[in-house]
Design a protein around this ligand. Sequence first.
Ligand code: DGJ
Length: 732
Amino acid sequence: MKILLTALACLFPTIGIMAENKIISVDTDKTSMVMQVNPDGKLIHDYYGKKFNGIEPFLIKQYKEQPDNGAGYAPMAYPAYGGLVSIQPALKLTHKDGVQTTDLRYDSHKVTQIDDNREKTEIVLTDPLYDIKVILDYTAYKKEDIITESVTVLNNETGKIAVENIAASYLPLHADDYYLTHFNGIWAAEMQLKEDKLTPGIKSIESKKGLQTTAASNPAFMVSLNQPLNENNGEVYAGALAWSGNFKNTFEIDECDRLHIVAGPNDFASTYYLEPGESLTTPEMIWAYSNTGSGTASRNFHDWVRNYNIAHPEEERAIVLNSWEGAYFDFNEKTITDMIDDAAAIGVEMFVLDDGWFGNGEYARNSDHAGLGDWQVNTEKLPKGIDYLAKYAKNKGLKFGIWIEPEMVNPQSELAQAHPEWIVKSGKRDKIEMRNQLVLDLSNPEVQDFIVTTFDNVLKQSPDISYVKWDANRYISDFGSEYLPEDKQSHFWIDYINGLYAVCDRIREMYPDVTIQLCSSGGARLDMGALKYHDEFWTSDNTNAMDRIFIQYSTNLFYPSLATAAHVSTAPNHQTGLIAPLKFRFDVASSGRLGLELQPKDLKGKEREFAENAIKTYKQIRPIVHHGDLYRLKNPYDGKGWASHQYVSKDKSKAVFFAYSLKYHGRTTYFDTKLQGLDPDKNYRITELNPQGWNKFYGDGQVFPGDYLMNAGISLNIGNPMESTVLLLEEI
Ligand code: DGJ
């Protein structure tokens, strides 16, 4: 961050710099976000893009006129409704006296070096007529080329103010055309990639579900300038809101063809009242800029997540057998110990006991109709308790994990009878069940305590529980809280998520070492806000390898592979009926955090042998998949019927390559591709992994220069649907 004051004017005598202009620049190694204070004290957004030498030239472009934000001359860095602002504002307040407008002027700023890699810039804005402060808080992550922003509004007026809309960030862009890549989906088809050319007006990507906020849309997106998103070229702005609740990211093209991006919590039914002295802080918006396409922005996000926004990034994730698709609710002790035996025999490292282990008597969890909330082991199914199973797994060399869904309650439970006041509901209206369950009101500190205690008690069942799968299987409808006062019901959406984060903070404090999986009916809660408390996420309940190729491709644009739980399930697939070869299922799952989601005793003969070998192979490539750089070579969404990508170790000494055929291509059509990210001067020996069938790669066991592989490329004979190739490249 640099600040240049009037003194610099003498260095540029011919350009007549105005005395008041200041430049504030938030810099990473390769990008800069530049703001300027104009003579009347408004904070103007100047630039976000490639970093270049010196910011002095920004002083030449003086902003003498009033910024107007509607017509593109000088957009403010954080437009509040008031003055000439006619776009979707980043901030809208009602002041104590009922006045609806806010006029933000630069007050001061401060730069703090957090460490070698991080620099914080705090800019304070005030209103000349009203005693409020708006603080823009930026953090530059130098080597990851990531800039985050959050915003705080502080009420120092003599009475209550109403915050009707507060964005975490605002970004104006100016180009001929804008292409928005975003994610849309539904249960078992999450994160479907969509790309739209934006047209004048507003496009809003949002959620009002409070929970399961990412089943339909995700708060991460990419905007590509002047051309559709390309992996390797073009200017791309990638943004992700770190918020697990209602969000709203708007993309507005104004009458001057400028694009205004406003990203933050959804303002829907969310007016937040601040008493004198109170403040409200938004979640963080995370930004990356790339002029070399989406690949760079995506790798920057992966590095940032692995360095700052996930639990235990350095740990290699264990290979899991999860009990859900193999047993559902229908198990007893023997079912589980048999599964553990079979899992141990093929090299699995962690057994996770999914739903169905708790609730007793009439509330036994034998289906999704009862038991949620009653977190005591079901003594009929598991008479020896959880510790017995955890120890059993330990003796077989496996770690042990357990499923919980602590935010929820079945009406058929002791908890629902004991605490009806803890349940989210809209006044006297009937409560609406979804999957036969209701949501607990996390805006209530008593409920927060209950969830922390639940987590603690579940883990206290055995010192050998090292993994928790945290699920959430419905969204919030018909909201309302018995805890919040009548005039603050609109605080619910924000207080719920802040309550959830407070719970996560406490749990992480108590159990720093436990692996926690983020799950919500599959991938219905996948965002940077929740991810930071977790080690990984359950990507989708759809374990069909063909569909997973699409889901994992778009998920991994932002969220890294070490956290992407990908499980091999049985054939025919339980969700779609697809019968896919076991090799294809393993080759797809091995490109994330490999696991199994089946009854392992069903793997017999050659299949069992193959599975055992593929698990061994995965252990070999796991460090590259988890910690390497991801290069996408072929986009499954392009309709050509192939998908391919590659992970390259940071020192470029190793890489692992994946290619999949999604349809029949004709007898003599080969998949030709050039590799990426290798060292052109290194020589790599290629080994084909999990080979099977007739179409063996001609280069298996051969040595190729990196230069050759990246320019001439390779050809693969995988023209039939569900054929796949995995190659390991090792420097010799
Ligand atoms: C939804 C999850 O996504 C599944 O993996 C499983 O845990 C079920 N819930 C259990 O109810």
